[in-house]
Write a protein that binds this ligand. Structure first.
Ligand code: NAI
Length: 332
């Protein structure tokens, strides 16, 4: 059957890279026909039309239909995937609190729309920042949809970490696996390579033993990944878009088709209180293994050092702080 995939913020810069990949079959496969639904706000309707024209002009075989809209009723109707990219951007001088407030409103409305109009099996990926807390808001506003159908994007952080390690070791990116991103998609995230491995030829060894530089791994490596988004903005004067779109494709492809073998990937998922001492009630990034079709389980039993513990708790604390503010705005 046809897959109906919604992208919000469809007139924005991430979407401009993302829509082509989805329409081209890079996410769901070339044989899977896709109906793309594109939502943006009314002032962007004209831009949206331009993007529709371009998608038509790509003449892609697996793109069955394109719907562009500025109303949530139409956008969320009967969808299989919701990729929620659109959000209120942080303007200069804007407090984190104001950003949370503006986005609480957007993601509450979209959560309610998911609850009312989407398939109950819909898979939701929140990208718009603050991604974890926006995801929690949408989940809270959509009680008829299982909590495990809500995730937020930390794959870009994982890809950044993987690429830093590959570059350091002078190997190709696909030689490095099982890097973990814990917690919030923010500067408190903890990129962790304690369980990561690097494959050269037929031998697989631990990243820690190959890098042989704990100072770098526990210092500069972590801060480089944590601050990478800011570094791209400083250089490009715009936030990461090409790499964000690529990470979204990776996340959704793995969620659709499953992870391979015993490899895992990181995504922000609802914390039910049973993993690594992270309390219930936030969207927290952990490593997961995914079965074909999308059922995922958090990877359990990994050893956690004292260093990791403190980093993991710090990012959880930040998320509970965001949650407190968001819930206040949600009820108002
Ligand atoms: P952008 O500003 O180019 O595009 C955002 C689009 O969303 C705009 O067209 C805007 O009109 C639209 N929008 C705003 N409110 C909306 C609503 N209520 N419904 C539908 N559309 C709405 O921004 P860009 O670069 O595409 O980034 C989008 C978001 O993704 C930002 O919040 C950014 O911080 C976040 N981001 C998250 C990453 C992650 O790893 N989780 C990585 C990179 C960006």
């Amino acid at each position: 059957a046809d897959l109906k995939v919604l992208v919000t913020g469809a007139a924005g810069q991430i979407a401009y890279s993302l829509l082509y990949s989805i329409a081209n079959g890079d996410v769901f496969g070339k044989d899977q026909s896709v109906t793309l639904v594109m939502l943006d706000i009314a002032p962007m309707a004209g831009v949206l039309e331009g993007v529709v024209m371009e998608l038509q002009d790509c003449a892609l075989p697996s793109l069955k239909k394109v719907i562009s809209t500025t109303t949530v009723e139409e956008a969320f109707a009967d969808i299989d995937y919701a990729i929620l990219v659109g959000a209120m951007p942080r303007r200069q001088g804007m407090e984190r609190k104001d950003l949370l407030k503006a986005n609480a409103k957007i993601f509450k409305e979209q959560g309610q729309a998911l609850d009312k109009f989407a398939k109950k099996t819909v898979k939701v990926l929140v990208v718009g920042n603050p991604a974890n807390t926006n995801c929690l808001i949408a989940l809270t506003a959509a009680p008829s949809i299982p909590k495990d159908n809500f995730t937020c994007l930390t794959r870009l952080d994982q890809n950044r970490a993987q690429s830093q390690i590959a570059a350091r070791l002078g190997v190709s990116n696909d030689c490095v696996s099982n890097v973990i991103i814990w917690g919030n998609h923010s500067s408190t995230q903890y990129p962790d390579v304690a369980h990561a491995s690097v494959k050269c030829g037929d031998t697989e060894s631990s990243v820690v033993s190959c890098v042989k530089d704990d100072n770098w791994l526990n210092g500069e490596f972590i801060t480089t990944v944590q601050k990478r988004g800011g570094a791209v903005i400083a250089a490009r004067k715009l936030s990461s878009a090409m790499s964000a779109a690529k990470a979204i494709c990776d996340h959704v492809r793995d969620w659709h088709f499953g992870t391979k073998g015993d490899k895992w990937t990181s995504m922000g998922i609802y914390s039910n209180g049973s993993n690594y001492g992270i309390k219930e009630g936030i969207i927290y990034s952990v490593p997961v293994r995914i079965a074909p079709g999308g059922a995922f389980t958090a990877v359990t039993g990994l050893s956690i050092s004292d260093f990791a513990r403190s980093k993991m708790d710090e990012t959880a604390e930040e998320l509970f702080g965001e949650k407190l503010m968001a819930m206040e705005f949600m009820s108002s």
